[in-house]
Design a protein around this ligand. Structure first.
Ligand SMILES: [Fe+2]
Length: 491
């Protein structure tokens, strides 16, 4: 009910290309994602990554493609797309000012669910361009490499996109990505697969970058609604500015296509493959699919089902609901929906009322909560919003006491940050470039020592290695990024 499909940016519909549709090395996208991240791109993985990409290319080939017929029309196409997006966003803002409810996030738990579900993609932000880094001497890659180092924040922790997203997850207790649907790893795996196969998939890398760096409507709305719910929108607002069509990544992505079109070889075939790469940027589960797929009831059942294994046997016998003791209720995952219904019937949970009226909530949260620490902050927010029902639209964090009627108007994230600043409380600070140089870190020390021993070519290789998707966000990776930029001069 929060999605208006006709307001979607001009991207074609998303393909439901999950593990069920395609062969994945090892059978699990999440597992392949971890292997790609952990590896130093050995040849064995390169070939698996190539096969995976071929499968995804075949799966997305039949999707509608909104690219123009020729690369020469790309600039006009880009501006037309950006105008459609800003016009649609203008209409969205008008609706909202006229009192229409949020389009994406029904409550705080819904927004946190989204931030967690897209994490596998966001945590490898920029990875698709990594394979070009060792070819930095090719002037045709200048725009693409500029984009990559900007994803890495030019080596500053507070500008590195992955550092920012990791901080966002820590801040809201979303750190554990256990039990995410495997299909949510599709985009992340594609990006990591492109990172280690750039030599074989150069046109696709350039096409993927073209698709991924255009400004979509969902980015604007997401940032607006996160802020409204009191959640930090910085990761998303940052992308609104860096992806702009004038001088940002969107513009650079178009220029990269034009700069890399072959002059001595078949430009038509290159362009055909750029289009394939562009289609890859639409594979997997898209942002709006994730948002509209949220079902709070289902999520609460899921949480309790996962806890039932650990909770079964951990309760004393005298604790009974509807004639059965808790250990008995938790013995079978299938009984969880019935257990939740029984808790409501017995008055332990009062849906649609302040959480303080639910005896069950006082077991989870509060001064003498007997189940303190059993649920993560994210899970508590889900249970909290599920109990409160309609009232949860106000975005109240589970840690806050019910303030009564005036909670309907909550301060946005930015207003709250300004108020906190006036009280001398600073917002999260990931640290500047200078801060990270002093950090105690084994890799940072190793980087310094190894650079001192190597010749210029070896130093270049080491810096490139330290700027890989798995490492660039660490102190050593950030330091390597700064050194790389200094040594290569042109950045
Ligand atoms: Fe980014």
């Amino acid at each position: 009910m929060y999605i208006s499909a006709n307001e979607w940016f001009s991207r074609p519909p998303v393909a439901p290309s999950g593990p069920a549709a395609l062969a994945v090395p090892g059978g699990s996208l999440a597992h392949f994602y971890s292997r790609l991240l952990a590896a130093d791109t050995p040849d064995a993985l390169k070939s698996e990554a190539g096969s995976f990409l071929d499968g995804q290319i075949a799966a997305t080939a039949g999707l509608p493609c909104d690219l123009p017929e020729t690369p020469q029309e790309l600039e006009v196409w880009m501006h037309a797309g950006a105008q459609r997006t800003t016009a649609a966003y203008g209409r969205y803002l008008e609706e909202r000012h006229a009192g229409v409810p949020r389009r994406y996030f029904s409550n705080r738990a819904h927004a946190l669910y989204f931030l967690r579900a897209v994490a596998p993609t966001k945590l490898v932000d920029g990875a698709w361009l990594y394979g070009l880094l060792k070819h930095w001497r090719n002037p045709r890659f200048a725009d693409l490499l500029r984009t990559y180092v900007e994803e890495l924040g030019d080596g500053a922790a507070d500008k590195n996109h992955v550092v920012i997203y990791r901080a966002l997850m820590t801040r809201y207790g979303l750190d554990s990505l256990d039990k995410l649907d495997d299909g949510l790893y599709t985009q992340g795996v594609i990006q990591l697969a492109l990172a280690c196969t750039a030599e074989d998939y150069l046109p696709e890398v350039i096409g993927f970058n073209l698709g991924y760096e255009q400004l979509p409507l969902h980015l604007l709305i997401t940032a607006y609604e996160l802020n409204e719910l009191g959640l930090d929108p910085y990761y998303f607002t940052l992308h609104v500015t860096v992806d702009n069509p004038d001088a940002g990544h969107a513009r650079r992505a178009v220029q990269a296509v034009l700069d890399n079109l072959p002059r001595l070889d078949d430009a038509d075939d290159f362009w055909r493959r750029v289009r394939q790469g562009y289609q890859l940027s639409n594979a997997g589960v898209g942002s709006t699919d994730v948002i509209s797929g949220f079902d709070i009831e289902q999520q609460v059942v899921r949480i309790f089902s996962h806890k039932s294994a650990a909770g079964h046997g951990a309760h004393s016998d005298y604790c009974r609901v509807a004639g059965r003791n808790i250990n008995d209720w938790l013995a079978r995952k299938e009984d969880v929906p019935e257990f939740l219904a029984a808790l409501q019937k017995a008055g332990w949970i009062k849906r649609g009322a302040p959480v303080e009226e639910s005896r069950f909530w006082s077991l989870l949260q509060g001064a003498r909560a007997e189940m303190f620490g059993v649920f993560s902050p994210y899970e508590l927010q889900l249970i909290h919003d599920w109990i409160r029902g309609e009232a949860s639209q106000d975005g109240r964090p589970f840690t806050e006491a019910d303030g009564g009627a005036d909670t309907a108007r909550r301060p946005s994230f930015r207003v709250a940050a300004r108020l906190a600043a006036t009280r001398g409380v600073s917002a999260f600070d990931a640290g500047s470039a200078a801060d990270t140089e002093d950090l105690l870190d084994a890799d940072l020390q190793a980087l310094t020592q190894q650079l001192a021993r190597l010749d210029a070519a070896g130093q270049g290789r080491l810096l490139v290695q330290a700027m890989a998707p798995s490492q660039h966000w660490t102190p050593a990776g950030l330091q390597a990024t700064r050194l790389f930029m200094r040594r290569m001069g042109s950045f």
